[in-house]
Write a protein that binds this ligand. Structure first.
Ligand code: FAD
Length: 441
């Protein structure tokens, strides 16, 4: 945890030379906080969002729909382009509709019709589901992360995102707001800071959160490229082995996403050599169904990633509050969860609209935002804590390598007991959307 000296902000506010990106900042905004310093290069902003990922961009768009502008700081020189794809369910699409980007994405990405479950042993079919029959109204599509980010960013005004702006630390908090220190030495004073800085959030660390917990499983992901058109039915394919499971799903007419989850006592060293990663992934599914292997072989080396799976359970009374003064956490920065329910990004989207609904009236009224941030936390905690726990428990169950358990899973549980409708009940969650009639800036 970073220890922060609580000195008056005026002692911090002196900034080094002007940064090339500084022109991209919105200049004076309605009600922007004033920097208590004579230094003309010190930036003062009403609302700063740290991180131009899913949570950051969705929050910026949600606030904008309610009349509040924000500056988004992103550490990268551009939006994240890689990252394969994400499966988004009905609850995620509802939010994307509400922030005005869903239809553009629907036009590019296939609607997944159902699910096929097989055993790795001989590729034996265990069960097949149709979403329409089992969970009417469900909308499932896998979207490329880069396209999701680019579509959201395109709806923000030019210059709303300040790239190459890595938050180094929170230098202090005072009556004028929170002072942010960037890696390149710039300092920024902001009344409200939204920590959308992902799973390794420096803001969460500053707030006293523990590091996310490695759950004992790693994931390979890849995005296969079929320039001439991919040949698969629009179904999620799951294949279960012992301590290893894999899957693939058509994303678009030319792209197919695949993943493998496997048990590993430690995450091991970070690896980025795509060709080596692909070889390692193929080694895990030797002898598995040929369609899976073919998808993996059709994947460019640079479209393969390996990630440790982590989460953080927000135990009541143990986890710190999600906000401190005018600083609040959103998305993975607050509640990293394992991907076993496909809900991390969907929940980040839900957070965005709920936070905007609480925060925008306080910002527009110029009133204290503390109560609004606490309202957001209490509305969201009851949603994200159980989902994080459930995702973790599902992962622990499906990763079991015990042969007796796997035989029961393949012989009884999947063929006879699993029901898709109840399993997907969490996607029916209504997070309360934005009033479509709300003014936009
Ligand atoms: C293997 C795997 C599969 C997944 N599959 C799914 C799925 O199918 N469906 C689903 O809903 N979810 C899925 N998820 C979860 C999903 O990826 C996350 O929940 C989602 O990305 C969270 O979005 P976020 O904006 O909170 O964080 P991120 O997407 O990580 O964005 C954080 C942003 O903050 C920036 N940043 C970080 N630090 C700083 C700093 N110091 N200064 C400035 N900027 C900074 C980063 O560069 C990044 O742009 C999956 C996760 C994993 C690991």
């Amino acid at each position: 945890m970073l220890v922060v000296a609580m000195a008056p902000l005026s002692t911090f506010v002196s900034s080094p030379a002007r940064h090339p990106c500084s022109d991209s900042y919105h200049r004076r905004r309605r009600g922007a906080v004033s920097a208590s310093s004579s230094s003309s290069s010190t930036k003062a902003e009403e609302v700063v969002i740290v991180g131009a990922g899913i949570a950051g961009l969705a929050t910026a768009l949600s606030l904008r729909r309610l009349g509040v502008s924000a500056t988004v700081l992103e550490q990268g020189p551009s939006l994240r382009a890689g990252g394969t794809s994400l499966t988004l369910f009905k609850n995620g699409w509802r939010v994307l509709d509400s922030i005005g980007v869903a239809d553009e994405l629907r036009a590019k990405y296939l609607r997944v019709q159902g699910m096929r479950m097989r055993s790795s042993a001989g590729g034996r079919d265990l069960r097949e589901f149709s979403f329409e029959e089992e969970a009417p109204g469900q909308e499932v599509r896998a979207v490329e992360r880069g396209a999701l980010l680019a579509t959201m960013a395109s709806k923000l005004p030019p210059g709303a995102i300040s790239f190459s702006s890595r938050l180094k630390s929170i230098a202090g908090q005072g009556p004028d707001g929170t002072l942010l220190e960037l890696q390149d030495g710039r300092r920024l004073l902001s009344k409200v800071v939204l920590g959308c800085d992902g799973v390794n959030s420096p803001i969460a660390r500053w707030m006293g959160f523990s590091e996310p917990r490695y759950v004992g499983h790693m994931a390979f992901r890849g995005l296969a490229d079929y320039a001439g058109g991919q040949p698969f039915e629009s179904k999620v394919n799951y294949i279960y082995g012992r301590g290893v499971r894999a899957g693939f799903v058509p994303v678009s007419p030319t792209k197919v996403y695949w993943f493998i989850c496997f048990n590993s006592a430690t995450p091991g060293p970070k690896a980025t050599d795509g060709a080596a990663l692909k070889r390692e992934a193929l080694g895990l599914v030797r002898g598995w169904p040929e369609d899976l292997v073919a998808v993996m072989r059709s994947t460019p080396d640079d479209a393969v990633v390996k990630t440790p799976l982590v989460d953080r359970w927000l135990w009541p009374g143990l986890a710190p509050p999600a906000s401190r003064g005018g600083v609040v956490l959103v998305g993975d920065a607050w509640h990293p969860m394992t991907p076993n329910l496909g809900q991390g990004a969907c929940c980040a989207l839900e957070d965005a609209v709920v936070l905007a609904r609480h925060l925008a009236p306080a910002v527009l009224a110029g009133s204290d935002v503390g109560e609004a941030l606490r309202g957001y936390e209490s509305e969201r905690w009851g949603r994200v804590f159980p989902l994080t726990a459930r995702a973790g428990l599902v992962g622990a169950l499906v990763q079991w390598g015990n042969p007796v358990v796997c035989a029961a899973r393949d012989g009884v549980v999947i063929p006879r007991l699993v029901r898709l409708g109840p399993f997907l009940e969490h996607t029916n969650f209504e997070c309360g959307l934005l009033d479509p009639a709300a003014p936009s800036t």
